[in-house]
Write a protein that binds this ligand. Structure first.
Ligand code: PMP
Length: 409
C-alpha cells in the first residue's frame, strides 16, 4: 500500500454504506458521479441538527432560532470560502445544479435575452444545462447553439470559437462531463466568452468533488453545483453569481423571506441573496453541506485529486485489456469517470450483470441525449470513482465486466 492508499483506506471507514453486502457480495460503489455516499460526519451533523437544533431560520425570537440561523449562515460563509467568492452575498442557496441553472435562465435570461440572441452550450452538456436555456430561448426568440466535441471527448475549441459572436449573450458549459469525464478549461472558455461580451454560467456538478474551485480566478459570472455530489445532502445546492449581476436580476420565485415590504397591491424585494430564497429553506441541507466541505478539507483537495487520478489510471488500463470494450472519452484532462460499452451488447444488460456481482454502476444515457446522438449510441455503462474506492473495487469491476462479456457475447 502506498501512502495515498493507506490514507484513503481510513477515509473509506467513514462510509458506513460500504459495510454491507448486496446480492450476497461486497458492495462496490462506483456510481459517485450520480451521487456520492455520505460520510458519518455529515450524517451525524444532520442528525444532531434535527435532534437538538431544529428551528426555522431568519425568524427566531428565541434561542434555537438563533442557533439554526447562525448555523445556516455559517454554511453560506463556508461555501463562499470554498468557491473563493469575493463576498458572502454572492452565494444563493437553491435545490441543486438544476434549479441554479433554471434560476439564472429564467431570472437573468428572461430579462436580458431577446429575439436573435444566442446561447452557446456544448455537445457534452447534461439536460440540466440544456433544457432551461431552450425553454427561455423559445419564450424570447433566442437560439441555443452547441459547440462540438472531438472524437476523444475533448471540446472542439475551434468550433467553440467559431460559434462565439456578438450575438452570443450567454455561454453555459460544464466544468466536467458526467459521461466522458472531460474537464473543460473554465478560465479559458470564460475569457473567450467575455471577449464577445457574453455572460458565463459554469455547471460545476461534477468538478466540486474533485478539486477546489476559484470563481474569482476563473472570472465566471455564475457557477452552480449540488451538495449531494460532494458528500452532502440531497435537495440542496448553490448558485454563485457576481454580486453586481445578481443585484440587477428580478426574483425567480415569490413568497416569504424574499421580501422587504408587502402590501396587497405591491411588494418590494429583499437584498441578494435572500431575494432568491423564497420560503423556508433547506436548513439541514446547508448545514450538511458545511460538514461535507469540512470533510473534504480535512483530507485535502490535492490528495483527493492525486488519489482519484491513480484510480482512474489503473481502472482505465485494466478495462482497456478486456477485448471488445470501448471507452468513450479519452481526453488527457479527465475526472474519475469511465464510460464504456461492450461491443454487441446493450448497456442495461451489462449494468444488470454488474449489479448481481455487487458492482454499482450507472447504465443509460446519463441525461445527455444530445451527447449520445453525437456518439451514435443509446447509452453507456459508467463507472465513477471517489475517495472511498480502492483497488479491490477496480478489480471487482474488471472481473464483473469480463463475466458480462462471457455471458453476453
Ligand atoms: N450537470 C451535470 C454535469 C451533472 O452530472 C448533473 C447530475 N447528474 C446535473 C447537472 C444535475 O444535477 P442535479 O440533478 O443534482 O440538479
Amino acid at each position: 500500500m502506498n501512502e495515498l492508499e493507506s490514507l484513503f483506506s481510513s477515509v473509506r471507514n467513514e462510509f458506513p454504506a460500504l459495510n454491507q453486502k448486496v446480492h450476497g457480495k461486497t458492495l462496490r460503489y462506483l456510481d459517485s458521479a450520480a451521487t456520492t455516499l455520505k460520510p458519518k460526519a455529515v450524517v451525524d451533523r444532520i442528525s444532531h441538527f434535527y435532534s437538538y437544533e431544529t428551528s426555522n431560520v431568519h425568524r427566531g425570537a428565541h434561542y434555537l432560532g438563533d442557533v439554526a440561523t447562525q448555523a445556516f449562515e455559517a454554511a453560506r460563509q463556508k461555501v463562499a470560502e470554498f468557491l473563493h467568492a469575493k463576498q458572502i452575498e454572492e452565494i444563493v442557496f437553491v435545490r441543486g445544479t438544476t434549479e441554479g441553472v433554471n434560476l439564472v435562465a429564467h431570472s437573468w435570461g428572461l430579462t436580458n435575452l431577446k429575439d436573435g440572441d444566442e446561447i452557446l452550450i456544448t455537445e457534452m452538456e447534461h439536460h440540466g444545462n440544456i433544457v432551461p436555456w431552450q425553454m427561455v430561448a423559445e419564450k424570447v426568440g433566442a437560439k441555443v447553439l452547441a459547440a462540438k466535441i472531438l472524437d476523444n471527448g475533448e471540446l472542439d475549441l475551434e468550433d467553440f470559437k467559431k460559434k462565439l459572436s456578438a450575438k452570443t449573450k450567454m455561454v453555459a458549459f460544464t466544468a466536467c462531463s458526467n459521461v466522458l469525464g472531460t474537464n473543460n478549461d473554465m478560465a479559458l472558455l470564460t475569457k473567450l466568452a467575455h471577449e464577445v461580451g457574453a455572460k458565463v454560467l459554469i455547471d460545476g456538478a461534477q468538478i466540486v468533488s474533485q478539486s477546489s474551485v476559484d470563481v474569482q480566478k476563473i472570472d465566471c459570472d455564475f457557477f452552480v453545483f449540488s451538495a449531494h455530489k460532494l458528500f452532502g445532502p440531497f435537495g440542496f445546492g448553490v448558485l454563485y453569481g457576481k454580486k453586481e449581476i445578481l443585484d440587477q436580476m428580478p426574483p425567480y420565485q415569490g413568497g416569504g423571506s424574499m421580501i422587504a415590504k408587502v402590501t396587497v397591491d405591491k411588494t418590494t424585494f429583499n437584498e441578494v441573496p435572500f431575494r432568491f430564497e423564497a420560503g423556508t429553506p433547506h436548513v439541514e441541507g446547508a448545514i450538511g453541506l458545511h460538514a461535507a466541505i469540512d470533510f473534504m478539507e480535512k483530507i485535502g483537495f490535492e490528495k483527493i485529486h492525486a488519489y482519484e487520478m491513480e484510480l482512474l489510471k489503473e481502472a482505465t488500463a485494466k478495462l482497456e485489456m478486456i477485448p471488445d470494450l470501448k471507452i468513450f472519452g479519452t481526453a488527457p484532462n479527465k475526472g474519475p469517470i469511465i464510460s464504456f460499452n461492450l461491443k454487441g451488447t446493450h448497456h442495461s444488460d451489462v449494468g444488470q450483470i454488474l449489479d448481481q456481482e455487487g458492482v454499482a454502476v450507472r447504465a443509460g444515457h446519463h441525461c445527455t441525449q444530445p451527447l449520445m446522438a453525437r456518439l451514435g449510441i443509446p447509452g453507456t455503462v459508467r463507472a465513477s470513482f471517489s475517495v472511498y474506492n480502492n483497488r479491490e473495487d477496480i478489480d471487482a469491476l474488471v472481473k464483473a465486466v469480463a463475466k458480462a462479456r462471457e455471458m453476453l457475447l
